[in-house]
Write a new protein. Structure first.
Length: 317
């Protein structure tokens, strides 16, 4: 099986999970944001841009049964500043991948969508998969477009897919990019004794889910029995916890698990970012998946990973 973006934060954990299950794993990553040190031992690595025509040659050589697509432009702020860049990666890169999959007989694509942005500011929280799709950023538009393209490839070409709509994923190996990157940023600033910057009043909420739980959701999606017909929502699964946590509360918990304290400053809200986002995960839970890590335990593990040998000196407990 192939993991695109497998040198990245979430993709490397997904690759780890497949290797632990005994699968043969190939990774494609251009290392624009991924890191070589994230690459798991035992995976075959190809440094390649997702839009490279040579991707088809790799598909022809290996004939992947399963493709897990994590390579993406993931930062809402970048998508607002440069929507063309966002579309080149998230739409054109996806199409190059799907053409290669179609032409070489791939059985299934597991596609990473975004439950955090495609619903916009939903009236119903926790938000189910059937909620209206009203993205408020180019990133949300490109991720939703990907689901529409996958629906087309399934209906016309018979390419099976499952879409995972992530909430805000956090954990070890995380870089301070995207909305869930706030966890890594706060950890770094706590360790450095620097002030924490909060955009808005800090009462905006997000559904934070630990990366190892997300990796297990990907394993489930690879083998799920999927409906024979239906629209986008029938093949989409929210991945989160169903619980919203404010930024202020997140900072409180990180201070508690790290044993560190710092000051906070409040700044103007950022364009394109939502006020509240919490996902209803009952659909995937009914198929045997549930998050196993509490927010506090996940934050403790993440802080200790970022702190490294300094964790004990910092008073982590």
């Amino acid at each position: 099986m192939l993991v695109t973006g497998g040198a990245g934060f979430i993709g490397s954990h997904v690759a780890d999970a497949h290797l632990a299950r005994g699968d043969q794993v190939w990774i494609v990553d251009d290392l624009s944001s991924g890191k070589r040190e994230n690459l798991p031992e035992g995976a075959a690595f190809h440094e390649m841009d997702l839009a490279d025509p040579a991707l088809l040659d790799l598909f022809r050589e290996v004939e992947f049964d399963l493709v897990n697509h994590h390579a993406a432009q993931i930062d809402v702020r970048i998508s607002v500043e440069d929507p063309l860049k966002d579309a080149r990666v998230n739409v054109l890169g996806l199409l190059n991948l799907l053409e290669a999959a179609r032409r070489t007989g791939t059985r299934r694509v597991v596609y990473v969508s975004s439950g955090g942005v495609i619903y916009g500011e939903p009236e119903e929280r926790p938000t189910p998969e059937t909620a209206p799709k009203l993205p408020l950023s180019p990133y949300g538009v490109s991720k939703l477009s990907g689901e529409h393209y996958l629906h087309y490839y399934r209906e016309v070409h018979g390419l099976e897919y499952a879409a995972l709509r992530y909430s805000n994923v956090f954990g070890p190996r995380q870089d301070p990019h995207g909305e869930a990157g706030v966890v890594a940023i706060f950890c770094q600033r706590l360790l450095a004794g620097q002030e924490i910057h909060i955009f808005g009043d800090g009462e905006q909420t997000r559904d934070y889910v630990y990366v190892e739980d997300v990796a297990q959701a990907n394993l489930r999606a690879a083998e799920l029995e999927l409906p024979g017909d239906g629209g986008l929502d029938q093949r989409a699964f929210n991945v989160g916890t169903g619980t919203g946590t404010s930024v202020n509360r997140l900072a409180d918990i990180l201070e508690a698990v790290s044993g560190l304290r710092t000051t906070r400053s409040f700044r103007a809200p950022r364009k394109g970012e939502l006020r509240h986002s919490t996902l209803d995960v009952s659909r995937l839970a009914a198929r045997g998946w549930a998050p196993r890590h509490s927010l506090k335990e996940g934050l403790r593990r993440t802080f200790q990973h970022i702190a490294g040998p300094a964790a004990s000196k910092a008073g982590a407990r």
